[in-house]
Design a protein around this ligand. Structure first.
Ligand code: CP3
Length: 342
C-alpha cells in the first residue's frame, strides 16, 4: 500500500485534505533560489549541477512542507541533449538553434546519446531520492513532444506557436519526423529518471491548447499515449500525470485514452465542470490561478476553498493551473497551504 498522500491520490483514493505541490515551486519568487542560482552562475549551470539542483528542489519543501518535490531541470534540456544549441537570455527566455528542414532533423543526435548530456539530471534525482523527507513524493518530468517541438522549430517561445504550425502545415513529414525523435528521447529520459528514483513523472504539454481537432489528437493525445504506454511497459507501478494545458473540452476522456493516472487542469478550466466530466475518470490536479500568489487576501482564501470543495468527491492533488510567477509573494504560498489544510 502506498503511504505517501500524492501516491494515494494517484491510486484513486479520495482524501479529506488533498495533497499539494506547486508548478515552478523552486523559482525566482524565492530569495534562496536566486542566491543558489547566482552561486551556480546561470540557469543552465544550475540545471546541470546535481548538488545545487537538488538544493533548489529541496528549498520549497523546507520552507512550505509541500507533499511533493519536483525535480529541478527544464523541458529544453532534451533538445539540447539531441544536439540543439540552447541558451537563456535574461529577462526574455530561452533561445535555441532552429529546425526547419528534414536534414536538420536527421542530423540530431541518436536517442542513446542523450544520456551523455542528461546524466547530471539523473544524479540530481538520486540525491533527492536519498535526501527528501520520507513523506514527500519525488516527481520527475519532461516536456511533451508538441511543446518541445514548438521551441525547437521557432528557436524561442512564441505567443501562437506560429512557426511550428507552419512547419506542420507545409512540411508534415519533417514535422512528424521531429515529433517522433522527441517522443523516443522523452521515453528514454523519463525512464532513466524513474530508474534513478523518480516516483511519479509528469508530461508538460504547455502549448497543447493551440492544437485543435485532428491535430490535437495526432500531436498531443497520440504522443502522450505512446510515451505512457512505453513507460507503463517498463515501470508499471509509476503513476504518470499528463498536462495538456488549454485542452478545454478535450480534457474529457484524455486520461482514459492516454492511460494517464491523472490529468493536470489549467486555471481556465471550470472546477465544477471538470469534477463532473474529467474527475469521473480518476485523479485530477489543479487548478488555482497563479495570479492569487501575487494578489493574496480573501480572494485567495475563497478560491482555495471553492476548488477544494469542487473536487472533494474524488481523487485530487491541489496545485496551481500553471507555474508561479517571479512577482509572487511567498507569504501567499503559505496562506494557500494553510487554507487548504485548515
Ligand atoms: O516546477 C519546478 O519548480 C521544476 C522546474 C521547472 C522549470 N521549468 C524551471 C525553470 C519545470 C517543471 C519547468 C518546465 C518548463 N520549462 C515548461 C513547462 C511548464 C510551463 O511553465 O509551461 C516550459 C514551457 C519551459 C521552458 C522555459 N524554461 C521557459 C519558456 C523559460 C523562460 C520563462 C521563465 O519563466 O523565465 C524557462 C526558464 C525556467 N525554467 C526558469 C525556471 C525556474 C526561470 C529561469 C531563471 O531562473 O532565470
Amino acid at each position: 500500500m502506498a503511504e505517501k498522500t500524492i501516491l494515494r491520490a494517484l491510486a484513486g483514493e479520495t482524501l479529506p485534505t488533498p495533497p499539494i505541490w506547486m508548478m515552478r515551486q523552486a523559482g525566482r519568487y524565492l530569495p534562496e533560489y536566486k542566491a543558489t542560482r547566482a552561486q551556480a552562475g546561470d540557469f543552465l549551470s544550475l540545471c546541470y549541477n546535481p548538488d545545487l539542483a537538488a538544493e533548489v528542489t529541496l528549498q520549497p519543501i523546507r520552507r512550505f512542507g509541500f507533499d511533493a518535490a519536483i525535480l529541478f531541470a527544464d523541458i529544453l534540456l532534451v533538445p539540447q541533449a539531441l544536439g540543439a544549441d540552447l541558451w537563456f537570455v535574461t529577462g526574455e527566455g530561452p533561445r535555441l538553434s532552429t529546425i526547419t528542414a528534414r536534414d536538420q532533423v536527421d542530423a540530431l543526435r541518436s536517442t542513446d546519446a542523450i544520456h551523455d548530456t542528461l546524466n547530471p539530471v539523473y544524479e540530481t534525482v538520486r540525491i533527492l531520492a536519498r535526501e527528501l523527507p520520507s513523506e514527500t513524493t519525488l516527481i520527475g518530468f519532461a516536456g511533451a513532444p508538441w511543446t518541445v517541438a514548438t521551441y525547437m522549430i521557432a528557436g524561442r517561445g512564441t505567443p501562437d506557436q506560429g512557426p511550428a504550425h507552419a512547419l506542420k502545415d507545409e512540411d508534415r513529414e519533417t514535422f512528424e519526423a521531429l515529433l517522433a525523435r522527441i517522443t523516443d528521447a522523452t521515453i528514454e529520459y523519463l525512464s532513466a529518471q524513474i530508474e534513478a528514483g523518480a516516483e511519479v513523472v509528469k508530461l508538460f504539454d504547455s502549448w497543447a491548447g493551440s492544437l485543435s481537432g485532428e491535430d490535437f489528437r495526432n500531436y498531443a493525445l497520440e504522443p502522450a499515449k505512446q510515451i505512457i504506454a512505453a513507460l507503463k511497459a517498463r515501470h508499471p507501478n509509476v503513476p504518470i500525470i499528463a498536462f495538456p494545458r488549454g485542452a478545454k473540452e478535450a480534457y474529457i476522456g484524455f486520461a482514459n485514452e492516454t492511460n494517464a493516472d491523472c490529468v493536470a487542469l489549467d486555471q481556465f478550466t471550470d472546477a465544477d465542470w471538470a469534477a463532473e466530466h474529467v474527475q469521473k475518470d480518476g485523479c485530477v490536479q489543479g487548478n488555482l490561478s497563479p495570479e492569487h500568489m501575487v494578489t493574496g487576501g480573501q480572494a485567495l482564501i475563497d478560491e482555495v476553498r471553492r476548488i477544494k470543495a469542487a473536487f472533494s468527491g474524488g481523487p485530487h492533488i491541489f496545485n496551481l493551473g500553471h507555474g508561479i510567477t517571479p512577482d509572487a509573494d511567498p507569504d501567499n504560498v503559505a496562506l494557500m497551504i494553510e487554507t487548504l489544510r485548515r
